[in-house]
Design a protein around this ligand. Sequence first.
Ligand code: ADP
Ligand code: MG
Length: 448
Amino acid sequence: MTKEELWQALLAKIQFDISQANFATWFKNTEIISRKEGKVIVSVPNNFSKEWLLNKYNKAILKILYEIDQSIKEVEYEVTRSSVRKKEETEVNIEREQLDFPQFKINRETNLNPRYTFDNFIVGPFNELSHAASQAISKNPGSTYNPLFIYGGVGLGKTHLLQAVGNEIAKNFPLKKIKYTSSEKFTSEVVSSIRNQTMEKFKSSYRVIDVLIIDDIQFLAGKEKTQEEFFHTFNSLYEKNKQIIISSDRPPNAISSLEERLCSRFEGGMITDISLPDFETRIAILKTKIQEKGVNVEPDVLEYIASNIKRNIRELEGSLNQVIIYQKVNNCNVDIEKIKILLKNVVSSPYKKITSKKIIKSVADFYDLKESEVLQFSRKKEIVRPRQIAMFFLRQELKSSFPFIGRRFAGRDHTTAIYACEKVSKEIEKDNKFKEEIDLIKQLILKN
Ligand code: ADP
Ligand code: MG
């Protein structure tokens, strides 16, 4: 068994022992980097993952590896640059990344991933208009719909479509300068240009672009300086008839604290949405994916997945991948009885809504505290910080009022809450490592 296969087999097993949330959070971007004399070294993307795997999952990991190969006696975790880089470069989810499905190289200049094309994008009534507008643009960038603003919920194909346009334009117009970026990446570029006094360079690098694609623009909410920079970049490109394509999880006027002038720029172009795929499209998507991967899955299993996973396409793919892994590891076909067991967690979970309880639980879980410890009055450093972070999330995710937040934490007053939220926000801007920590907690909240 190669080290890749060994780790695949472990992932396939462990994901049924732990919650999906934890699996996705802690096992993403991990791999075995070496295996010698009974010792396996696992590469992890950051120190949090390292500590977490070591403290919480080491026993389980070792047990599974030992079951597969009795010569394995020890596991070590190492933070490696390669996994860090991988994390920065791609947003592909764990199933695809680890389980030996085709890997694609992201183009360094355009940031485009060649895996996303129109050819493998299934069209149905739910995304027809967005697809048509995207195709029109890729034939005639800059002169059809400008800007194009596509919005829809998570995992419904926004990134796929945006990147497909980019890839198609790159094919049709090889001389055009294309850039795909997320609004978070744009923000961090603005921040570091200010810090390093390289603003002019940053500006000019954006003003020579022919096609600018910005994903998840909702994250610009509240970031005034970045919005201002974006506004100037936008205007400069727009005046030169350069194509701008934007995605968001909601329509422009629903993005709170998005400057009025930006909002009206977006509304001046074409706005389309992507809604939920119907049953037929879900089946069609699954069929395309199994063809792409060259595997066999029984028709009634596909039908079970398509009838039960309705929320988004990413989950649909994830469930299919679970089936494929299972078949690969166990060398047998999944049948209708088995699929019910495999998908038990996904199918029975009702629509997930963020609540203050979930926020507090996730923060407590993350820092290995009890929920009551996060809520109580304490000046201990290891409690003050998680409490401030929990307050920050209550504000950010639930828009709770400061007096409410204060009361929720052992009856503090609103100034404590304001102070906590400001402190955390500032630290996120300044400290990348801390931002990473916050992102991980957010993932936990969303999945808890
Ligand atoms: P979003 O950006 O809206 O959160 P993504 O574009 O990342 O969603 O899509 C999630 C996954 O579902 C990706 O792997 C993508 O390739 C796949 N996907 C989404 N829409 C389609 C579609 N219409 N046809 C085929 N695959 C799709
Ligand atoms: Mg996306």
